[in-house]
Design a binder for this molecule. Structure first.
Ligand SMILES: *Cc1c(COP(=O)(O)O)cnc(C)c1O
Length: 370
């Protein structure tokens, strides 16, 4: 039984006719840049998220970049974020000439530790970028309490539709940043992203920055870039968005089935710790276990044609490109330990009970013997 890490084909196949119809619509109206498709998608996804404004952009990375630009982040500023994330989170801060300040995570959720954020805030802090890692929101209430007036920019690339007890990701901070990269819960057919906010003035800044800072066209009060979402991607995303909640339910069902299988196995915590679900609204972009046999388990699953992946093998503060920031191994031990112990198992909606059972059995058998 071959089980991939992700099966985008299985997700798109049932929608093929509708997707083709959306393509044909764009082909016939010929408005490829912004226009009615992007505007309609922005309205529909803003309603889905319960947020005032949604601005389609070219990728999750560009969403982060343009959100930080809208806040005027630049040289001399510090931006606090997590080292246990995809590179874009830290990269965008540096690209604007600001300094990323990496703060350690909570061991249970892999998300920023609010108490450690509080200790890192200083006179140069301009913003905080919490990442809702693996599809579960951070403790935004605690983060807001420590942030005070400082804006929180949610990196919700893995958390579209994820909710805490307060509401959905992307509506819980000053700005929310999403990705439609194919491996995210709502994937497009290439690159795409979104910025959300409840602040009309910030939304307007993001819109202007998205098209070279021009307002009106050819008159530039700001220096922006080409950060536009393609009309074709928007049209295709409009087909997929109505199915997102059902896909989330399937991911949660898969996760619950793993949880039950792993609990029944009764292995010691260091050998196998399933992910902690703090909020009902976890959307399991990834189902990530911890194990002290990580590398051996990775190899074992690979030999048995079961897809799995390490998110992330090297925390950002130890990346070569950030060497000049002066971090050393041991500085952020919770993230460093996670990098050695985490393994993401397949959890995609179409995996099904038999798929989950096969993966869970293979994992448990191996860890019991090792
Ligand atoms: C995927 C991802 C991004 C970047 O999104 P792209 O659309 O690939 O540019 C940023 N942050 C996190 C946490 C991500 O998972």
């Amino acid at each position: 039984m071959t089980i991939p890490m992700l099966d985008v084909g299985a997700q798109n196949a049932p929608l093929a006719d509708e997707l083709r119809a959306a393509f044909d619509r764009v082909l016939s109206h010929g408005q490829f840049i912004l226009g009615p498709e992007v505007a309609a998608f922005e309205r529909e996804i803003a309603a889905y998220l319960g947020v005032g404004h949604a601005v389609g952009v070219s990728s999750g990375t560009d969403a982060l970049l343009v959100a930080l630009m809208a806040l005027d982040v630049g040289p001399g500023d510090e931006v606090i974020t997590t080292p246990f994330s995809f590179f874009a989170t830290g990269g965008c801060i540096s690209r604007l000439g600001a300094t990323p300040v990496f703060v350690d995570i909570e061991p249970t959720t892999f998300n920023l530790d609010p108490a450690k954020v509080a200790a890192a805030i200083g006179p140069k802090t301009k913003a905080i970028v919490p990442v809702h890692l693996f599809g579960q929101t951070c403790d935004m209430r605690a983060l807001r309490a420590v942030a005070g007036e400082l804006p929180l920019v949610e990196d919700a690339a893995q958390a579209l539709g994820a909710a805490s007890d307060e509401g959905k990701a992307g509506a819980l901070g000053a700005l929310g940043c999403f990705s439609f990269f194919p491996s995210k819960n709502l994937g497009c057919f290439g690159d795409g992203g979104l910025v959300t906010t409840n602040d009309a003035a910030l939304a307007e800044r993001v819109r202007v920055l998205r098209a070279h800072g021009a307002k009106p066209k050819y008159f530039h009060a700001l220096i922006g870039g080409n950060f536009r979402l393609d009309a074709l991607q928007a049209a295709l995303l409009r087909v997929k968005l109505p199915h997102l909640d059902a896909w989330h339910d399937a991911r949660r069902r898969n996760a619950a089935r793993y949880d039950a299988a792993f609990a029944a196995a009764g292995l010691p915590a260091e050998r196998l710790t399933p992910p902690l679900r703090v909020y009902e609204g976890h959307v399991y972009n990834q189902y990530v276990i911890r194990t002290d046999r990580r590398d051996a388990l990775l190899a074992h699953l690979g030999e048995r044609d079961i897809g799995c992946a390490i998110y992330y093998p090297l925390p950002l503060h130890l990346q070569g490109c950030f060497a000049s920031l002066g971090y050393r191994e041991g500085d952020l031990p919770v993230s460093e330990r996670a990098a050695h112990e985490v393994l993401a198992l397949p959890v995609y909606p179409e995996l099904g009970d038999a798929g989950v059972d096969h993966v869970a059995e293979t994992v448990v058998d191996f860890l019991r013997r090792s």
